[in-house]
Design a protein around this ligand. Structure first.
Ligand SMILES: *[C@@H]1O[C@H](CO)[C@@H](O)[C@H](O)[C@H]1NC(C)=O
Ligand SMILES: *[C@@H]1O[C@H](CO)[C@@H](O)[C@H](O)[C@H]1NC(C)=O
Ligand SMILES: *[C@@H]1O[C@H](CO)[C@@H](O)[C@H](O)[C@H]1NC(C)=O
Ligand SMILES: *[C@@H]1O[C@H](CO)[C@@H](O)[C@H](O)[C@H]1NC(C)=O
Ligand SMILES: *[C@@H]1O[C@H](CO)[C@@H](O)[C@H](O)[C@H]1NC(C)=O
Ligand SMILES: *[C@@H]1O[C@H](CO)[C@@H](O)[C@H](O)[C@H]1NC(C)=O
Ligand SMILES: *[C@@H]1O[C@H](CO)[C@@H](O)[C@H](O)[C@H]1NC(C)=O
Length: 630
């Protein structure tokens, strides 16, 4: 322990002196960050034999608790698990915050629910930081080293998202999650691969021991993570034998991979009858693999160079020529690690050790699948989608956890993604949430989805106004908000959307004038529909808009009309009364002096006739001068 930290501090010193003169000593210089979660547990748990501490499962994610059965004796002896019913959505994640940036070994053990009615083996996919690294295969619960999935990944921000993606076969159920920091250069594959890869251990075999072991069991340093080594007593092809030693092995527990000494204290060697060794591993075809081979000369009979020399062939190709462990390490009882990367088209990887002197020897083998790390979605767009999720009241079954676009095998439903090469990020170019029973509002934040080309929210119960900010999504071609409960006016800003081809606002409660630059714009092939909104007006096909009046003006007009009506009624009544009075007076007068009255009446008739003729004449003269109105 003392020695290891001393070595590490020297290493740090060396790095800080050789790169910058700045003294950087992280708080955890001696111990890497390690977080182990006992899923579904309400209390912290310690497990034998290493007294490992597992934290209670609190505040990381959704899902439900259940009692667990251990699918394999390799699984940690934990009693609870967390499972994610498919009705809660296909994507579920643990978000682990406040972890130092660096390289990590992430490991997830799967569980089986301890309920005879529910117990079935779920099949699901796993991703870390948006990159899918494992897919469970039917029958996993019957195989030792398949009861967990592991990834080696760089975490560049201060949080890790570890997600489980349902595939429709049972509810993903998780026994434990381990987030173990390892050396920044652990399993570094060289410049040509860079940091943009995730490594999935496909096999880790320790030969000669006969006991499965974790690094913890082997007294390994914590900077190596806690690798699981499956034992192989014998290589499956050919005749071989296991050997072991108690001697100290040099060059173990050294950076960057910190392999434990115990790994090199046993080995498999060839025999006189069959000096070579050969091993075959089943793998997924058409992938890139990284291979790490471990050797140490522990056979007391081999003491010098050239006593044991062999070629390493991978699928028939010589990959390492004339491996002589003593020559390459300079000493017996000294660890030697060789690594290589290769692309494999077939379904198996055959490793052959072919000696030219003595028998072949090997201590351990690691095979990693090299997975290209996914680029993630633009953070602004992710946060806009989260706002949309809560404001629209998206049903639980949508999930919408983790990253919207990656892993590419499991994008969020209702979201279309496109890779933006300029930004090196995924962006959202389509939203299809039609007919999903949405009951909320459309938030202004929708305009942060700057790359949207199409929005279909038709046939929901979305209320409130159309956000003015929609007019900022300049590339929008399709906007279908039909058959909702939207009210208010259509924002003028929609008129600025030059690329809009389809605009369906029919079947809402919109009011007011359709913006002139929408209605009046030359509509070439564009299809706009405003029907079924009782309050809309102002373009052909809709009612004409009345003058725009304020409430006060409307009240004024109402009162004005009422007074006018009253005035007319009073006037008519007065006129009628007066006429009645005149008629009565005339009758009375006629009865008294008839001739006089008749003459006066006659005279009045003549006067009226004269006036009438003059009026007609002037009217005609006027009409002949003026231009006829159409
Ligand atoms: C574990 O390793 C340390 C040094 O690396 C050593 O001092 C200690 O004795 C070892 N313990 C066991 C049980 O092997
Ligand atoms: C889990 O098992 C304990 C007893 O060991 C029991 O009390 C508890 O109710 C079980 N929980 C569930 C969710 O079945
Ligand atoms: C394997 O690696 C090569 C070269 O680095 C790369 O072009 C190819 O896409 C990789 N294949 C897979 C399946 O990742
Ligand atoms: C793995 O191999 C590459 C290329 O051969 C080499 O550059 C690198 O240092 C090796 N990594 C380790 C950790 O030995
Ligand atoms: C929007 O969704 C509705 C309902 O599913 C569908 O009828 C309509 O054609 C879609 N709109 C567009 C523009 O594709
Ligand atoms: C729109 O409807 C909401 C209720 O859904 C109401 O509160 C709001 O006042 C309405 N706005 C207009 C302009 O009618
Ligand atoms: C507009 O929508 C109505 C239903 O609300 C439909 O009957 C009509 O055919 C649509 N008009 C066009 C031009 O698509």
């Amino acid at each position: 322990m003392q020695l290891r930290s001393a070595i590490f501090q020297l290493l740090l010193l060396h790095i800080s002196l050789s790169t910058t003169s700045l003294w950087v000593f992280p708080a955890q210089a001696n111990e890497p960050f390690a977080l182990r979660i006992s899923c579904g547990s309400r209390d912290d748990v310690r497990t034998p034999p290493t007294n490992t501490l597992w934290y209670r499962d609190f505040g990381y994610t959704g899902g439900r608790f259940a009692n667990a059965t251990r699918p394999s004796f390799v699984s940690p002896p934990l009693k609870t698990l967390r499972f994610f019913p498919l009705s809660d959505g296909p994507e579920n994640c643990y978000y682990i915050e406040n972890i130092p940036a660096g390289r990590y070994q992430i490991r997830v053990f799967f569980g089986l629910i301890a309920d005879p009615n529910l117990a079935s083996e779920p099949i699901f996919d796993l991703s870390v930081e948006g990159t899918q690294f494992a897919s469970l295969k039917p029958g996993w619960s019957g195989v030792d080293d398949q009861s967990f999935a592991e990834a080696i990944v760089d975490i560049t921000d201060t949080s890790a998202s570890i997600c489980f993606h349902g595939t429709g076969h049972g509810d993903p159920s998780i026994l434990s999650i381990e987030v173990l920091q390892i050396d920044d250069n652990a399993y570094y594959l060289g410049k040509s691969w860079g940091n943009k890869v995730v490594l999935r251990p496909a096999k880790r075999l320790s030969s000669g021991t006969g006991k499965p072991a974790f690094d913890e069991d082997m007294n390994g340093t914590h900077w190596g993570g806690d690798r699981f080594w499956k034992p192989i007593k014998s290589f499956s092809i050919g005749d071989d034998q296991a050997i072991s030693t108690e001697n100290v092995i040099a060059e173990t527990s050294v950076p960057p991979n910190f392999y434990a000494q115990a790994l090199y204290q046993s080995a498999v060697v060839g025999t006189d009858r069959e000096p070579g060794l050969s091993f075959q591993i089943d793998i997924d075809p058409n992938k890139n693999y990284s291979l790490w081979l471990h050797f140490a000369e522990i056979d007391p009979a081999v003491t010098k160079e050239l006593q044991r020399v062999f070629d390493v062939l991978i699928n028939g190709d010589v990959t390492f020529k004339e491996v002589d462990v003593i020559r390459m390490t300079g000493e017996r009882y000294t660890a030697l690690v060789l690594n290589t990367t290769l692309s494999v088209s077939g379904k198996s990887l055959k490793i052959t050790l072919k000696p030219s002197a003595g028998h072949a020897i090997i201590s351990a083998i690691e095979v990693f699948e090299i997975i290209t790390a996914e680029m993630t979605t633009s953070p602004d767009e992710v946060s806009a989608l989260r706002t949309l999720k809560s404001m629209l009241g998206l049903p639980l079954r949508f999930g919408w956890n983790g990253d919207p676009c990656v892993p590419q095998q499991h994008p969020w439903s209702g979201v279309d993604c496109q890779f933006d090469r300029a930004q090196g990020k995924w962006v959202i170019d389509g939203l299809g949430l039609d007919y999903q029973g949405l009951r909320g509002f459309l938030p202004n934040e929708i305009s942060k989805l700057q790359h949207l080309q199409s929005i279909n929210l038709s046939e929901n119960s979305i209320r409130g106004p159309i956000p003015v900010t929609l007019g900022d999504i300049t590339g929008l071609q399709v906007l279908d908000l039909s058959y909702n409960e939207l009210n208010g006016t259509i924002p003028e800003s929609l008129g600025a959307l030059k690329n809009l081809q389809i605009l369906n606002l029919n079947g809402n409660s919109l009011t007011g004038k359709v913006p002139a630059n929408l209605g009046g714009r030359p509509l070439h092939r564009a299809r706009f529909n405003f029907t079924g909104n009782d309050g809309l007006c102002g373009i052909p096909g809709l009612p004409a808009c009345g003058p725009h009046l304020s409430v006060g003006a409307k009240i004024g007009i109402a009162f004005g009309s009422l007074f006018g009506l009253l005035f007319v009624l009073v006037f008519i009544t007065c006129w009628w009364k007066r006429r009645q009075n005149i008629l009565r007076a005339q009758k009375l007068a006629a009865a008294r002096e008839a001739p006089y009255a008749k003459a006066r009446t006659h005279f009045r008739d003549i006067q009226l006739g004269k006036q009438h003729r003059q009026l007609e004449a002037s009217k005609n003269a006027h009409a002949s001068e003026s231009v006829p109105l159409s």
